[in-house]
Design a binder for this molecule. Structure first.
Ligand SMILES: Cc1ncc(COP(=O)(O)O)c(C=O)c1O
Length: 424
């Protein structure tokens, strides 16, 4: 499975991107003799716009707005008659570089950066919906995503149905005449279930709905939901895209029409904008994304082997393993395993806490995709809002731990995990 198997990028040329062009020069990647560059090259050069100073690294345009030579020029910009930036709530050169680089790598026509992953998820859903509409979502969602679907949308007259995402029949049965959006993440947080994106997309389209996929756990390295049939992909860039625990960010990727119809005005007028500084950090993160994710995936696979027969491990879930419950779907739609492993430690919450407290190198936190190996106890953190019954239904046992592989030497990570298991 290799990243170079992903589909070639479509041209992001569009009215909106033209209107965001600046006086600076877009200089990379250059198409030499019609050559298109491979994904890894897009991660380093995609979307780069150089200022007249010709800087090597992307420039950080830390400005809230822009000045105009004349009132006539200002009017022309606002009318859309002249290309250029207007105001950093919705257009900034550094953020635009991040958006173009993400779009080039994902094979999307358009992208919009947001302040956080949750801003991206919320905008991708809210932007398509109005009172009277209905959403179907997989119930295995990150806690905040589930809150948006289950608690927040109904306040505005949008009904929602949560289904077991791995059971295609449940998606089909949940459809109503007013269903407008299907929403899922795969692999799911934290139990790493795999949902058949192509099959759900087909069902959504047959129902006249659009499919939004939160691709955070797969990363753009291992899975391309748009190529599988999804209409919109969202990321928390806070995770692997930064990958070094420095900042929050999010991104929405889709066709130019989807972005124009559902996202652009919502972000522009309501303002959950990506900071130019964060966009700059995330551009740097993208340059090394494929190296980090590959290394983290190798380490996660090594950890899953080390824990497989361990007497203190009750259950383990790793999408790269043949014993994963949806291994066949994982092989069909993912190009690699996962940087995460979920496992249940013997002794329930007390056993899990003894294990977490005995770790020295691997740190306890709720983030993932970082250079540092991290562990999370979902039942008391990301999914503590759910009732014990809801957690049990999702397989979030009190002993469940989510491990996110970092960039340390794999032997040190495995050693720390095995030593800590002795305390259980
Ligand atoms: C699957 C998933 N989606 C969305 C988010 C939200 O991202 P952020 O924390 O950047 O708002 C998270 C955060 O953990 C997540 O795990």
């Amino acid at each position: 499975m290799s990243v170079s198997k992903r589909p070639a990028s479509k041209s992001p040329a569009s009215k909106a991107s033209a209107s965001k062009a600046s006086a600076s020069k877009t200089s990379a990647p250059r198409a030499a003799g019609g050559r298109s560059y491979r994904p890894e090259t897009q991660l380093v050069h995609g979307g780069t716009t150089r200022s007249p100073f010709g800087e090597t690294s992307e420039a950080l345009f830390l400005t809230q707005g822009f000045v105009y030579e004349t009132a006539e020029q200002c009017e022309a910009r606002f009318k859309g008659d002249e290309a250029g930036f207007l105001y950093s709530r919705f257009s900034n050169p550094t953020v635009a570089m991040f958006e173009k680089r993400m779009a080039a790598f994902e094979g999307a026509e358009a992208a919009r950066g947001t302040a956080s992953g949750m801003a991206a998820v919320t905008a991708a859903l809210v932007g398509q919906l109005k009172a009277g509409d209905h959403v179907v979502a997989a119930k295995a969602l990150f806690g905040s995503c589930r809150w948006v679907v289950e608690d927040f949308l109904p306040r505005f007259g949008v009904a929602s149905t949560l289904v077991n995402g791995t059971d295609l029949e449940q998606w089909r049965k949940a459809v109503r005449p007013n269903t407008r959006v299907f929403f899922l993440e795969s692999p799911t947080n934290p139990t790493l279930e795999i949902i058949d994106i192509g099959a759900v997309a087909e069902m959504a389209h047959a129902a006249g709905a659009k499919l939004v996929v939160d691709n955070v756990f797969a990363t753009p390295i291992w899975q391309s939901p748009l190529a599988l049939g999804a209409d919109c992909v969202v990321y928390s860039a806070t995770k692997h895209i930064d990958g070094q625990g420095r900042c929050l960010g999010g991104v929405i990727l889709a066709s130019e029409k989807f972005i124009q119809d559902h996202i652009h005005m919502l972000l522009r007028q309501t303002g959950p904008s990506m900071s130019p500084f964060n966009a700059w950090v995330l551009l740097k993160g993208l340059e090394t994304l494929h190296l980090r994710v590959r290394r983290q995936t190798d380490t996660a696979a090594t950890v899953s082997v080390a824990l497989a027969e361990h007497p203190k491990i009750v259950r383990q879930i790793y999408p790269g393993r043949p014993d994963h419950p949806q291994a066949a779907v994982a092989r069909k739609q993912m190009r690699g395993g996962s940087t995460l492993v979920a496992f249940e430690v013997a002794g329930g919450k007390a056993g899990a806490f003894r294990f977490l407290n005995a770790l020295e190198l691997v740190r306890i936190t709720n983030n993932l995709g970082d250079a540092k190996s991290l562990v999370t106890h979902p039942a008391t953190t990301t999914h503590q809002r759910l009732t014990p019954e809801q957690r049990a239904e999702l397989g979030i046992a009190d002993g469940l731990v989510r491990f996110s592989a970092g960039l340390e030497h794999p032997d040190d990570v495995v050693g720390d995990l095995l030593t800590a298991l002795e305390a259980v």
